[in-house]
Write a protein that binds this ligand. Structure first.
Ligand code: V55
Ligand code: FE
Length: 490
């Protein structure tokens, strides 16, 4: 018998729904611009089976991929499991075989050595392929139309690292998918890798180096010439795993770093520049660019840990004030003998899940969107929070004028990461729409909201009812129709 535990992570809004679905022509209030032709992909963690150890964190759920296909002013919805090796083994057994997040010591004997990935963090389109991604494992390849799972790829044997980040970036100039791995030689190792994959799916080169300490390396940025890696003291050890503590713990005694890696096949560890800063939390990045030797990186930063489920390494209580993230700008100049990066705050909104118009990846850019926590708004937790944070507001920043906009979704709702959709391939930066999932916690339902990207304060131009409750989700991406047809054509 399956019964999910009666704990906040698995009850109320967070109860797993485990629904695979095909629904044509969803109910729409408002108008979907008829020229919108493409697909919004997103992923949520969702446990296939009750957790082996009785409770678990959302980050350890199995990947469930949703796609919303926009065409002729209509939206079709499809949802499928990302069928990882773990999913298949557990599905055959009819129960959980893998234990705690990133802790192989808690797994059943029979699955020792198997790939533990859950593919629950990003649904990314490149070269006509859909990659379902989790940072502890290789990339899982899926069909972008049917959502059938093909399996893990090592890029024809050319990827020698064990892991592939959930946050690749596509260089708009070369078309290459730039990505990286950490713990590249296995759990807790400090080995790092950088990869570039051509639009044809060929892994062009790999760079290997060592991090100063084992850290959660969740995201990175590219510029025209460099790959940039924030390193923050979200760390771990075999002692933690043996004690079955949460995999990660935050160590405020350790500095943060910025690593600057030249994006060239000939780069070796000796070519990497390291810049130091005070201990801080740096999870996701917005965008970055370089003008010659001058590098600019925009990212939300908190002065202390922002993840309550990965606690302070010395058990200091979680502090939501110092754990609040603000969009910040880190700068360095490679021509100077600097040892530290400079940091300045760009916005006073508490914001994470930064997004921008990804046609300007690696270039000087103007607009950004964020999931904002607005503490000035009333909150009524009915039906349970989705994820734990009260993510109640969509935020917008114009980095040229400093203008900001906000759209609050109400006291009993929480939002997921927004995604920008360009009006056309050659439209100006920011000219297009924002699509975003909102969870209606009390109704136990979800909607997809569509906004004019530069006028989010006006509220949605269309509200699309999703007939299935979507849980706390991570990342999503838009793909123009042309981008998902290449595989069919090939
Ligand atoms: C993050 C999310 C993850 C993970 C590590 O948002 C870091 C950060 C959904 O899984 O495994
Ligand atoms: Fe992420």
């Amino acid at each position: 018998m399956t019964h999910f535990p009666e704990v906040p992570a698995f009850t109320g809004f967070n109860k797993p729904s485990r629904v695979e679905a095909d629904v044509q022509d969803l109910d729409v209030q408002g108008v979907i611009p008829p020229e919108l032709d493409g697909t919004f992909y997103r992923v949520q963690p969702e446990h296939q089976f009750p957790p082996k150890l009785g409770n678990d964190i959302a980050f350890n759920g199995d990947g469930m991929i949703s796609m919303f296909r926009f065409k002729h002013g209509k939206v079709d919805y499809r949802q499928r499991w990302a069928k990882t090796d773990k999913w298949k083994l557990e599905n055959a057994a009819g129960r959980a075989l893998f234990g705690a997040y990133r802790n192989p010591l808690t797994d059943d004997e029979e699955v020792k050595g198997k790939i533990r990935g859950t593919a629950n963090t990003n649904a990314y389109i490149h070269g006509g392929r859909l990659y379902a991604l989790k940072e502890d494992s290789p990339a899982l390849v899926m069909d972008p139309n049917s959502l059938e799972t093909f399996g893990y790829t090592d890029f024809d044997g050319k990827m020698t690292g064990e892991t592939f980040s959930a946050h690749p970036k596509t260089d708009p100039v070369t078309g290459n998918m730039c990505s990286f791995g950490y713990a590249s030689k296995g759990v807790l190792t400090t080995d790092m890798t950088y990869y570039e994959v051509s639009p044809e799916g060929e892994l062009l080169f790999e760079i290997w180096w060592q991090n100063p300490y084992y850290a959660m390396m969740h995201d990175f940025a590219i510029t025209q010439d460099y790959a940039l890696f924030p390193v923050m003291p979200m760390t771990s050890s075999w002692e933690r795993l043996e004690a079955v503590k949460p995999h990660f713990g935050f160590d405020t005694s350790m500095p943060s770093y910025l690593a600057v890696v030249p994006r060239k096949p000939v780069t070796t560890a000796a070519d990497i520049r390291w810049f130091k800063g005070p201990s801080c939390f740096a999870g996701h990045v917005m965008n970055a660019w370089n003008e010659g030797t001058k590098i600019t990186l925009d990212l939300p930063v908190a002065s202390n840990n922002m993840m309550p489920f990965f606690p302070d390494i010395n058990d200091a209580p979680f502090d939501p004030v110092t754990g609040s993230t603000y969009l910040s700008r880190w700068t360095v100049d490679l021509s100077q003998n600097e040892e530290e990066y400079r940091s300045e705050r760009l916005s006073n909104m508490i914001g994470e899940f930064p997004k921008y118009d990804d046609r300007v990846t690696g270039k000087k850019y103007r607009y950004g969107w964020l999931v904002v926590i607005d503490p000035s708004q009333p909150v009524e937790i009915k039906g349970g929070s989705a994820g734990g944070w009260v993510m109640n507001t969509l935020g917008f920043v114009d980095l040229e004028t400093g203008a900001e906009q906000k759209y609050w979704v109400g006291p009993v709702s929480s939002i997921q990461e927004p995604c920008f959709i360009p009006r056309s391939p050659d439209a100006a930066e920011g000219d297009g729409w924002i699509v975003m999932v909102v969870n209606r916690l009390e109704e136990r339902g979800s909607e997809l909201l569509l906004f004019d990207a530069l006028e989010i304060a006006k509220g949605p131009i269309a509200t699309i009812s999703i007939p299935v409750r979507l849980r706390f989700g991570l990342h999503g991406n838009w793909a123009d129709a042309a981008a998902t047809q290449s595989l069919e054509a090939a």
